[in-house]
Design a protein around this ligand. Sequence first.
Ligand SMILES: [Zn+2]
Length: 288
Amino acid sequence: MRHALTPDKRIISIDTYKTMPHPPQPLTCPGIGPDGAHCTAQAGPRAIGSPYVRPHFWARGHIDGCDEGAAATTGRRRARRDGSTTTRTRHTGPELVIIDPDPTNSPMDPRTSTRPSPAARRTMTTATPANRRSRRTTSRTMRLTALLKRAINNQVDPRAILVLPDGTKGRASRILRPLNTITAADSGLHTCLHGRITGYQEYIATRSVFLHIQPTPGTSPRQTAAIMIRADQASAVQDNLDTSIGSLEGHHAIAIGTVRLARTGSLYIELDNTSSLAHLPSRGPVNR
Ligand SMILES: [Zn+2]
């Protein structure tokens, strides 16, 4: 969060807070729920002295759907809250191309079964040029956040072909994966991965920040691949995300990069570049 609420109900920005010799206490979340109710979660400053993570306010126990919590968006209401008259530009990541397979033969279509229905058989045997035209694949470009939205809602056909910004091309089943399904066998894979962020950790020794991802049930967080942001990428990444790395907890994230296996045995994603990470708000609590 960029802002917090003081005991006398003033909105204070993290930048102002940093400069105050005696900052007001205690602070609460300035957020509002979907029904207009004020969030009263206790808030505090975080990452004030961090070399990589931008200082931000952090709160625990947001009310359901609080617009400063995991469901936070860069919507109009938040724009007004920080005093700006226009909504900030929303960075939606680089463009990708998705080529959907034959829509008449989709495995997500409930009409499709392993045995073709009599109607389908009839279509196949009596296919006309018009039918063939309607079976053509559709190719479209979309932003990284739009792809994330489709991935979260299971709206990507695993047989669709995805073309990453650098030209890497492959089936969605191979190059669009949940981050928590990555194993050591995937080391070196250049791919697009998505997952829900549970928090971050800074490593001063290696000059990097790791975004941790919600593991699959029964898997330990240590065995789950993380997204690495190098110190030299951190500032531009946070500009592109329009938020501090520390404010991503609970959000869905998508990254384009290469799977790496550290000497310690942990897995991480090396980002292609500073625009290869995008995020979307999410609903519900995070399970670590
Ligand atoms: Zn809140």
